[in-house]
Design a protein around this ligand. Structure first.
Ligand code: C2E
Ligand code: MG
Ligand code: MG
Length: 420
C-alpha cells in the first residue's frame, strides 16, 4: 500500500504485473475507486482530515482484497487497486463489490460519521487493452460512467467510451462552426387566432454541417451547453435574429420576434448587457422582442436566474415560457414570474384531436394562462381541424407546419408578402 498520490508508481507496478500475466496467459484487473467521503471531508474538515480518512479507507480496501492485490492512492480522491492474480474476470467484479460493501458504511472521523457512496470502474487485461496507460484510461472511463449512471460498479464499455468521444467530436465541430459563422436561423410564423393575421415569428437555429448534414438544435444546443459554448451561440442568435428581423420589419411593420434562450444563458450576468447592445445595434424596440425560456429553466428558482429574468423585464422585452406542460411548474412561482406568454408544448397539441387527455391538458393550460392574464400560444398545429378546435377553445395564437413551416429569411419574406 502506498500513500504517495502518484499514478506513475501505480503504472510501473501495473506494467510489471502485465508482463508476468502475459507470460502465464492470466487476466489482470484494475479497480479504480472514487472516494466521495475524502472529497467531502477535505471541504468540511480540511485536507489533513481528508488524508486521515483516505488512509483509513485504504486500510479497509486492502482488508477486502487478497494479499497479492495492491492498493495505490493515485489522486486526491482516487484509489487504484491492482488485482494481478485473477483466474477469471468474475473475480474482479466480486472484489469490487466487496470494496463497495466495506466502504459503503459510515466513516467515523473526529466527532463526525461521514456517509460514503464510493464508485468503482473496472478494466481488465487483456480484453480491454494490452498497455498499462490504455488500461488505466479505460478504468477511468468506466469510473466516469459509474458516477454518471450512479451505479456503484461499472465495467469498461467500448460503446460508452465511443459515445463520449463522439460527444467530444460534436463539441469540437460545433466550436469550429461558430468560428466559421455557419449557424443560420429559420423563421416560423405565429398567427393571431382572432384576426387570422401573422403577428410574430420565432427564430429557430440551424446547423448545416459539411460532414454531418443537418444537425437539429435538439442535438447541438445540449452540446453547446456541455462545451461551454452557449454564450457564443446565443450572442450569434440574438444578433442574427435582430438584424434579420429589422430588415423584415421595415417592410412588414407590427411583427414581433421570438428568440429561444437556454437555462445556461440565464446564469450569465452579461446577458442583459448583450441583449441591450444587440437591440441598440439593430435598432429594434425591446417591446417587439419575446424571449422564450423553457419551463424547466424558468421554474428553477436559483437566485442568479431570477435576477436575470428581472433584468430582462427591465429592458422591456417580453418573456415566454416555452414547452409548457413538459416540466414541473410551481403555481406559486408562476403567479410571481414576470412572464407575458405561455407556449403549449407540441407534444400535447399534435394529438389533441385523437387523445382526449391531451385535449383536456390544452384546455386547462389555456384557462390557466387566461386566469393569470397571460397570452397563450399553441405550438405544433399540423392540420386545419386542430386549428379550428384551438380557435373554439379561445387560444390566442398558434404556430405549426399547417400554418407555416420554419423557413429561411428569403423564403419567409416571400411567404409573408401576400399575407400582409
Ligand atoms: P421550440 O422552441 O419549442 O421550437 C418548436 C419546435 O417545434 C421547433 O423544432 C419547430 O421546428 C418544431 N415545430 C414547428 N411546427 C411544428 C409542427 O407543426 N409539428 C411538429 N411536430 N413540430 C413543429 P426545432 O427547430 O427542431 O427546435 C427544437 C428546439 O430547439 C426548440 O424548441 C428550442 O427549444 C431549441 N432551439 C432552437 N433554436 C434555438 C436557439 O437558437 N437557442 C436555443 N437556446 N434553443 C433553440
Ligand atoms: Mg421556442
Ligand atoms: Mg416549444
Amino acid at each position: 500500500m502506498s500513500l504517495i498520490p502518484d499514478h506513475l508508481i501505480f503504472l510501473a507496478a501495473l506494467e510489471s504485473a502485465l508482463q508476468e500475466a502475459a507470460s502465464q496467459s492470466r487476466p489482470v484487473g484494475i479497480c479504480l475507486l472514487w472516494l466521495d467521503s475524502v472529497y467531502h471531508i477535505d471541504t468540511i474538515l480540511g485536507y489533513h482530515a481528508g488524508d486521515i480518512a483516505c488512509a483509513k479507507s485504504l486500510q479497509h480496501v486492502q482488508s477486502a482484497l487478497k494479499d497479492t492485490d495492491r492498493v495505490f492512492r493515485i489522486g486526491r480522491s482516487q484509489v487504484a487497486c491492482l488485482l494481478p492474480a485473477l483466474t477469471n474476470e468474475a473475480q474482479a467484479v466480486l472484489a469490487a463489490h466487496k470494496i463497495i460493501r466495506i466502504l459503503g458504511s459510515h466513516l467515523a472521523l473526529e466527532q463526525f460519521t461521514v456517509h460514503s457512496e464510493p464508485y468503482i470502474g473496472i478494466a481488465l487485461f487483456p480484453v480491454h487493452g494490452q498497455d498499462a496507460n490504455v488500461l488505466l484510461q479505460r478504468a477511468a472511463s468506466a469510473l466516469r460512467e459509474a458516477r454518471l449512471r450512479k451505479e456503484p460498479v461499472f465495467f469498461y464499455s467500448h460503446e460508452a467510451d465511443a459515445a463520449t468521444q463522439a460527444q467530444l467530436q460534436l463539441q469540437t465541430d460545433l466550436r469550429r462552426a461558430l468560428d466559421d459563422n455557419v449557424l443560420t436561423l429559420k423563421y416560423q410564423a405565429q398567427t393571431d387566432l382572432r384576426s387570422g393575421r401573422v403577428v410574430g415569428m420565432e427564430a429557430l437555429s440551424r446547423w448545416e454541417s459539411p460532414t454531418r448534414g443537418t444537425v437539429p438544435p435538439t442535438i447541438f444546443i445540449p452540446a453547446a451547453e456541455a462545451a461551454g459554448l452557449m454564450n457564443r451561440l446565443s450572442a450569434h442568435v440574438l444578433n442574427t435574429a435582430l438584424r434579420e428581423f429589422q430588415e423584415l420589419e421595415s417592410a412588414t411593420p407590427g411583427l414581433s420576434i421570438s428568440i429561444n434562450l437556454s437555462a445556461q444563458d440565464l446564469i450569465q450576468a452579461e446577458l442583459p448587457e448583450l441583449l441591450t447592445q444587440a437591440l441598440r445595434t439593430w435598432n429594434v424596440p425591446a417591446g417587439h422582442v419575446v424571449i422564450e425560456i423553457t419551463e424547466t429553466a424558468i421554474m428553477d428558482d436559483q437566485r442568479a436566474r431570477a435576477t436575470t429574468l428581472e433584468h430582462l423585464k427591465e429592458i422591456g422585452v417580453q418573456l415566454a415560457i416555452d414547452d409548457f406542460g413538459t416540466g414541473y411548474s410551481s403555481l406559486a412561482r408562476l403567479k410571481y414570474l414576470p412572464v407575458d406568454e405561455i407556449k403549449i408544448d407540441v407534444s400535447f397539441v399534435r394529438h389533441m384531436l385523437r387523445d382526449v387527455r391531451d385535449e383536456n391538458i390544452v384546455r386547462s393550460i389555456i384557462d390557466l394562462a387566461h386566469n393569470l392574464d397571460l397570452r397563450v400560444v399553441a405550438e405544433g398545429v399540423e392540420d386545419e381541424a386542430t386549428l379550428q378546435r384551438l380557435i373554439e377553445m379561445g387560444c390566442d395564437m398558434a404556430q405549426g407546419y399547417f400554418l407555416c413551416a420554419p423557413l429561411d429569411l428569403a423564403s419567409f419574406r416571400a411567404w409573408l408578402a401576400p399575407k400582409t
